[in-house]
Write a protein that binds this ligand. Sequence first.
Ligand code: NDP
Length: 243
Amino acid sequence: MNKKSILITGSSRGIGRACAKAYAKAGYHVFLNCVHRVERLEELAYEILSDGGSCTTVPGDVSNPDEVRKIFQIIEKECGGVDILINNAGIAWFGLLTDMTDNDWDKILATNLSSVFYCSRAAIPYMVSKKCGKILNISSMWGTVGASCEVAYSATKSGIHGLTRALAKELAPSNIQVNAIACGVIDTEMNGRLNEEERQDLMDEIPSGRFADPEEVAELALKLTDTPAYMTGQIIGIDGGFI
Ligand code: NDP
């Protein structure tokens, strides 16, 4: 395959979907992934192909190491590996820590943090063999400042920040860039639980006075993965001035 390739985990909707469309438009072959609503992935693939783009759907649960292995088997067969990995899949859990079950805790850690380990581990050998590659982790400002009633979520995103900085050092000798985007509040289904009053209260706390569109994150992602490999180990905020 002549085109550069990218895997975007959790690309059926929200930030992942916006990234998928942006990278396809920029000429990349995009591997699209999600686990639950696979029909949305098929719709997105149809949309990208109709617009003259190039993509493959690789459904699977990125919180499960065996499924990640299967996803990468398909990718390797098709094009050897990916030039860019965007670890985007994530879930939220709202409530008091004391109301969280062991299962809730394990699930959010596996989905938001272990998935970054599983996918990065699978993507790195190809990147090392080419002596180039980019890993971009989609994180949150709550990983920096912490959010009440989102303790586990905040912990997973702080974990991503640590992983990003450490992995960047490990991969810098191989010319592989590892960065994270720390998003503020982005207008996606993840925030669908908020009622109008809660949305307004949250907006009032954001200096920009609004939520961001997922396309704004995609625009930043595209620019970031186009920076020199020397710019690595960074956590870049897009939060309307919140932090
Ligand atoms: P959405 O809920 O809109 O999308 C989440 C995506 O992840 C979906 O495509 C979902 O697909 C996929 N997904 C969930 N679990 C898995 C899994 N186990 N395996 C594969 N795919 C999975 O969320 P956003 O677009 O808002 O969030 C994307 C990322 O951005 C997340 O990491 C989130 O934490 C982060 N972020 C979002 C913010 C916001 O305000 N929206 C703020 C800060 C960070 P499906 O369920 O169909 O499998």
